[in-house]
Design a protein around this ligand. Sequence first.
Ligand code: UDP
Ligand code: MG
Length: 328
Amino acid sequence: MIEDFKLHSHTAPAEPLISIVVPVYNEEDSVGHFAAAIRTVIAESWPTGETAPRFEIVFVDDGSCDATAAIVRAMCRVDRTIRLISLSRNFGKEAALSAGLRAATGDAVIPMDVDLQDPPELIRPMIDKWQAGAQIVNAKRIDRLQDSFLKRTTSRMFYKTINALAEHPIAVDVGDFRLLDRAAVAVLNEMTERCRFNKGLFSWIGFRTETVEYARPARQAGSTKWGVSRLVALALDGITASTTFPLRVWTMVGAIISLAAFAYAAFLIAYTIISGADTPGYASIMVAVLFLGGLNLFSVGLMGEYVGRIAVQVRGRPLYVVAETVGF
Ligand code: UDP
Ligand code: MG
């Protein structure tokens, strides 16, 4: 009986359009390979007889100073399913991806890296899960052996920290590579916050989420654009966009230190009265230092409480995201 009530609310159309969004920055060696690989994999994934979805590839040129844009422009002329947006300078991958999400017209959107580190073979399993009802399909790396030891360790620390602090956890080891239903993309496009950390936003918006797993291969051509400083900046953006905890923690710390200083002061006063001063001035200086220090931290924390609320307000995220309404 229960079966009869299964929800059929999912609206994946019969012949859907899938947008593959690819931010590129100085990738003249990779764009051609990428488009060719996608074409091959799509042909192999949907053997003749099965109706393949339609695809578009949206390249977002993030202010490349090599021939990337020219090559993609040439590709657009011979292939009607390839599109190009060129940003006026290098705005960074997060901004480029946001531009691509806005420009994409598909019923589902899949952001991908151009270096084939996001295996195109996953596109079919992702789309299958989407057509079976998932609105977001995460691609989770179960093997990062191709990344250096340092990158793996720091990335593990990053996910641990952010998920211990964040108000809403982000999916561990899931990059930007995932399938997003049109409904999810529409919500993302409406989010106006400027310090964008897409991985955080993708998790924050919710929706029915499924996961496919893969081993992350090495970069195909070209070289990574992420130096240490860029990764640190991204991590900081991620943490400050996901939580105000680091601002607020000082309220607690300050309150605890102030209270402890109070207790210590009481002890020192009693001790000095009973057995006289060890070193003249020690008691009063210690008490003053500890108490004022605690009070300082406490007031910084209090300020943090307000700054945190201002940050949340300014970010202007929707209060909630509606998945479905019935009977209106
Ligand atoms: N990218 C970009 N703008 C940038 C840096 C990178 O659009 O400022 C693109 C890059 O061309 C690639 C993707 O982001 O398609 C991922 O970059 P990369 O492979 O260098 O990162 P990694 O895999 O090393 O983390
Ligand atoms: Mg890469």
